[in-house]
Design a protein around this ligand. Structure first.
Ligand code: SAM
Ligand code: SF4
Ligand code: SF4
Length: 334
């Protein structure tokens, strides 16, 4: 196990497999910026499957046990199930998860499960069509997303729902979403609207805090807090009384959790980041494409983690939120 300057172990990696997406969520890839002229990465700018496999293997040899694939929309990456098969064969990798908007799950869920995928987190921010259509920027209704979620469940994948909450955008959907997923007994994670990237126009007064979310739900359903399931668990979890259903809140803004952050990130163009809010990443792609030996690459990955001091959310101010340059969410994947 390797640790950073604050003694945080390196336990998991998030790999963004593509920067493109079939949605234009207003808080992530606003359509005004990610329009028809936006230049997405070319195929050879993305890491190839064998480069991703190699990267994941080096990280696993350094102690990583969990991999999450993300994007952009990861299911737009052709033949993703083949990558999952390769990752599943890496000794030491115990868990492979995918974050997706679910549009392509009806088509791919069985394939993904068969390839070795363990879990999916599906992003769904509203149950009411008019609200959801505005958020996703593509006028897509809720129905195909629900279809994707139930396809994943039927395929035998573990499923969680992610809901970003932003004031005036979907705060009226908190209770309907809680009630719906409680009944389905599928865990729901609320995510405070974050100041990722530089294009989503984040303002503090648009954040609905963890405490406000909990109170809104408590007004309808009694909740009891749960202990963290493992060190570094990001969501604070609660169970509904007299039910096995649960919710979680990811409160990067109002209750930061940098002291237990064990996660490295690989962006779509193969840069290695040690924080979601970083502006600079290490160019792993060039190293992978150079004559460096496996051991040299691994030592470089290790050295970067060893010197890590990131704690952006602990130190966030209105000034850094507004003016600090940060990588876009569609490159780094959340
Ligand atoms: N396209 C996939 C999806 O939406 O699930 C995967 C990539 S998306 C960037 C990963 C996660 O980041 C999603 O759950 C999304 O809701 C979340 N996200 C994006 N922008 C965010 C923001 N500004 N604040 C909080 N969460 C955000
Ligand atoms: Fe696409 Fe996911 Fe970002 Fe929405 S949150 S624009 S689905 S990458
Ligand atoms: Fe980890 Fe950076 Fe988020 Fe803190 S702000 S929890 S260091 S990713």
């Amino acid at each position: 196990m390797i640790t950073d300057k604050w003694n945080r172990p390196l336990r998991d990696i998030r790999i963004s497999v593509i920067d493109q997406c079939n949605f234009r969520c207003t808080y992530c890839m606003p359509a005004e910026i990610f329009g028809p002229d936006f230049r997405f990465l070319e195929k050879d700018e993305l890491l190839s499957f064998s480069e991703i496999e190699k990267t994941a293997r080096f990280f696993s040899e350094l102690g990583v046990e969990k991999i999450r694939l993300t994007g952009g929309e990861p299911l737009l990456r052709k033949d993703l199930h083949l990558l999952i098969k390769q990752l599943k064969n890496i000794k030491g990798i115990q868990d492979i998860a995918l974050t997706t908007n679910a549009m392509l799950l009806p088509k791919y869920a069985d394939n993904l499960k068969e390839a070795g995928l363990d879990r999916v987190n599906v992003s769904l921010d509203a149950l009411e069509d008019e609200v959801f259509k505005k958020i996703n920027g593509r006028s897509v209704s809720v129905k195909p997303v629900l279809k994707g979620i139930f396809a994943a469940k039927d395929a035998g994948l573990k499923v969680k729902i992610n809901m970003v909450v932003k004031k005036g955008m979907n705060d009226d959907q908190i209770v309907p979403m809680a009630a719906f997923w409680k009944k389905e007994e599928i865990p729901l994670r609320f995510i405070e609207f974050m100041d990722v990237g530089s294009t989503n126009g984040w303002k503090m007064d648009q954040v609905i805090s963890k405490d406000e979310i909990i109170q809104k739900i408590r007004d309808h359903f009694p909740l009891e807090p749960l202990e963290p399931a493992y060190f570094g668990e990001v969501a604070k979890r609660y169970r509904y009384q007299n039910s096995s259903a649960e919710i979680g809140i990811i409160s990067s803004i109002t209750h930061s959790f940098c002291s237990s952050c064990t996660r490295a990130r690989i962006s779509a163009e193969g840069k290695y980041y040690t924080c979601l809010f970083a502006d600079k990443g290490f160019d792993l792609r060039s190293l992978l494409r150079s004559t460096a030996s496996d051991n040299e690459i691994k030592q470089q990955i290790k050295a970067i983690w060893n010197s890590r001091t990131d704690r952006y959310s602990d130190e966030r101010t209105e000034e850094t939120a507004k003016n600090k340059k940060k990588i876009e969410m569609s490159y780094i994947g959340g």
